[in-house]
Ligand binder design. Structure first.
Ligand SMILES: [Mg+2]
Length: 434
């Protein structure tokens, strides 16, 4: 039984070296509001996190404490018997719901808590999360989803039919996944705060490690964007994939002009070219820059936004985020919608804990939903993995399937203590210096 919720404010000072910097967010301190469901009676504690870039992490902690009360006194058996229960308890608190609905701080906090429930369930089952879901019958998976605001695009029966249809090849796909891992791309070489020399050196090192798909940040001044794309091709040639990420800085017309300027460098996708809420703006940009595809979703705050992006045919890649959406339940709903639309799911990751999380989601997509890895890649960034008890494992530009029970976001106690804001060692030292 869950007898208490612990919520902690954990921050890493990544802005000191421009790790994670982009055109919109020049100085992120990768952070997480970290929720632990404390159990009594022998069940494992559940850990979940939601990702922020520093200030505001305290607001997520407050929301986790406020919402978390709904889970106290509940047993893991209840959540096992009803996979939609945690989502309903947390998303239907009408007074908190007013602050969204289903977006912003409250939704991020709900994600941490819902993911913590899934972590505890998978740990108790002795399976990594992806396998815990993959071993479920289609009816069980569908029972996790709230179809209320999406059934006009994807009905419960359609979702069930698709999952049943994919049952046949599941065992073979699990074998393939365990042998081959899942394809990925890396963002680590192209942060906007890095110098050209740093980028060249990192690109060469990443290529030597086996990476063949890269993403660099754009959206600074246009001449600089063109120069960086040219630098990329000069460094690695034309046999590797290049995606770019503008992190929302452009208006619609500006995006079209900028994308046309970098188009000669063979751009695989352009990510977040404009406001993440502007479905029709994305559609217009996509129309004008075709055949270059747009990717978005790391700031698409709920399944209704994704439904509209997909209905409007405004995106070519669907970038789910493990804690922008309200946890595993809402992500599965979006992956099923993307599958129906024929749009590949390529999760947003990086940050802290996002790579650990989304590997499971792409593997669920492959084994249970889409049945393919074609045109699909998981984002990778090289930072902060050492703080996790079961960090991601990469080989030749692919994620190896995690094997430890749970959802892979257990932080080492010492890492938590040192990075707790504002009194952990790392932050207390900074306060003393400044
Ligand atoms: Mg991005």
């Amino acid at each position: 039984m869950i007898h208490s919720i612990e919520a902690r404010d954990i921050r890493f000072p990544t802005s000191r070296d421009s790790h994670g910097s982009d055109a919109m967010n020049p100085d992120p301190d990768y952070s997480c509001a970290y929720a632990t469901l404390k159990m009594r009676g022998g069940d494992p504690d559940g850990n979940g996190l939601t990702f922020t870039i520093g200030r505001g992490n305290d607001l997520c902690v407050a929301a986790i404490n406020g919402l978390g009360k709904h889970l106290i006194g509940r047993s893991l058996d209840e959540f096992e018997a009803d996979l939609g229960l945690a989502s309903r308890l947390l998303l239907n608190d009408s007074q908190y719901r007013w602050l969204g609905p289903e977006k912003g701080v409250v939704h991020l906090a709900a994600a941490a808590l819902i993911n913590a429930v899934w972590d505890a369930l998978a740990k108790r089952a002795g399976k990594p999360l992806w396998r815990y879901v993959a071993d479920m019958a289609p009816e069980r998976i569908v029972s996790a989803i709230d179809f209320r605001h999406i059934s006009d695009f994807l009905s419960q029966d359609e979702a069930l039919d698709r999952l049943r249809q994919q049952e046949a090849g599941k065992a073979g796909r699990i074998r393939h996944l365990l042998q081959e891992g899942y394809p990925a791309y890396t963002t680590s070489a192209g942060w906007i705060g890095y110098t050209d020399a740093q980028i060249v050196q990192l690109l060469k090192a990443a290529y030597a490690e086996g990476w063949r798909h890269f993403k660099i940040k754009v959206g600074g001044d246009l001449a600089g964007d063109v120069r960086r794309c040219a630098l990329f091709r000069e460094t690695l040639g034309n046999d590797v994939k290049l995606s770019v990420d503008a992190n929302q800085v452009w208006g619609v017309d500006q995006a079209v002009a900028a994308i046309k300027a970098i188009a000669p460098y063979d751009i695989y996708w352009v990510e977040e070219p404009t406001s993440p809420d502007d479905v029709l703006g994305h559609k217009e940009i996509a129309r004008q820059v075709a055949p270059i595809q747009l990717a978005t979703g790391e700031h698409a705050h709920n399944k209704v936004m994704f439904k509209q992006f997909l209905q409007a045919k405004a995106i070519g890649f669907c970038q789910i985020d493990s804690c922008r959406l309200a946890g595993v339940n809402e992500v599965i709903a979006v992956m099923l919608m993307a599958d129906k639309a024929g749009i590949p799911v390529c999760p947003h990751a990086g940050g802290v804990g996002l790579c650990e999380y989304v590997q499971h989601l792409s593997m669920i997509d492959y084994v249970c939903i889409s049945g393919t890895m074609e045109n699909r890649v998981i984002e990778h960034a090289a930072h902060l993995h050492q703080h996790f008890r079961n960090p991601i494992e990469i080989r030749n530009g692919r994620y190896l399937a995690p094997s430890a029970p749970g959802y892979s976001v257990d932080l080492w106690p010492q890492s938590m203590a040192e990075h707790e804001f504002p009194h952990g060692k790392v932050w207390a030292e900074e306060a003393a210096v400044s």
